[in-house]
Ligand binder design. Sequence first.
Ligand SMILES: [Zn+2]
Ligand SMILES: [Zn+2]
Length: 421
Amino acid sequence: MLLIKNGRVLDPSSRTDAALDVLIDGERIAKLGANLNAPDAEIFNAKGLIVGPGFIDLHCHLREPGQEVSETIETGTRAAARGGFTAVCCMPNTQPVNDRASVTRGIMERAAAVGSTRVWPIGAASTGSKGEALAEIAAMKDAGIVAVSDDGKPIATARLMRQVMDYCRDLDLPVIDHCEDSSLAAGGVMREGARSIRLGLQGIPSQSESICVGRDVEIGALTGARLHVAHMSTMKSLEYVRAAKKSGLRVTCEVTPHHFTLTDEDVRYDTSYKMNPPLASREDRDELIKGLADGSVDAIATDHAPHQPATKDVEFDRAPFGITGFETAFALGLNELVHTGRMSLMRLVELFTTGPGRVLGIERKLAPGEPADITIFSTDLAWTFRASESASKSRNTPFDGRSFKGGPMATIVAGRIVFRR
Ligand SMILES: [Zn+2]
Ligand SMILES: [Zn+2]
């Protein structure tokens, strides 16, 4: 048994914010209450700390199978645990692509053997994510996928999206889309605007994203399926999502920490600033923050995308898109969103817990009988993130050397402490 004492329990699912102890028995929460005692239990003193439900990341790339030189399920989930995550959803663009049950099972087995956190795979929408034929979605659902996506790319055509959505509506699986009009984005490496002109880099217009969000919302209305917009970065996309929600469609969306922290004005000739979608304008960023605060955005997701140094240490044009994100995500939320007064601590915790849980249809709360997935964090600890000390195999982050106030202190998965600062 494990007894978390003297902490402040914050649970968005019940709006609880109170000084409570939490007793864990085996893999589940046994009891919550003031001044609990359990003579045989191991004690975790959470004095001065916040005790919340375990964080869920809806969007990451663990690179296994196939690109273990950049990340593995073992190193990726260790980094995730350091970021406070108790469950992570991994995108299917591995080698081979997770487009069939045998690959899904392989990921689940590997995660059970070496994973620090739970791993909830996302299956490909189309075979090989090539945008042609439907993948084995039903068989993958039986094997454990929680959603489908061709992330890395958009679901290629409106016709395919309709087929995927028809299928996923009946299976009650969310369809996650990397929204991008590939013809409009082709060749671009950063957001199109004054900054891309000044740097002499080819731009991607913001419409590349929002056109695809508009398409997907329309097909969501046609089919009645659940649509989740990945890594949303523009105000126009948010407008589509807000309108869709207002009209009762089952549309949700996520925003990454880098998109609420940085803008295209921050981009320099450093491939740690190259990601897809690219960093957006200041107006977009400010509107995304409003959406995060007012409930229009459902979740913060990392899009943790490790790339080994050999592939990122090249010219900007030639580098792959993506940055790592597990270990800085929550601290960026605290520093950019809560300490600045843009949202309450309760709302931030919701964006990391019950928000992403609802997107998947998975409930997460601190209550007796529930799985003991718990994240304990500080709101005032001063610390500096060093990429060289990261648990990830990769170092591609624009946040190396950044100082924070507050961050994860311990991560508990199924009653087991998998990370402790
Ligand atoms: Zn993507
Ligand atoms: Zn991604």
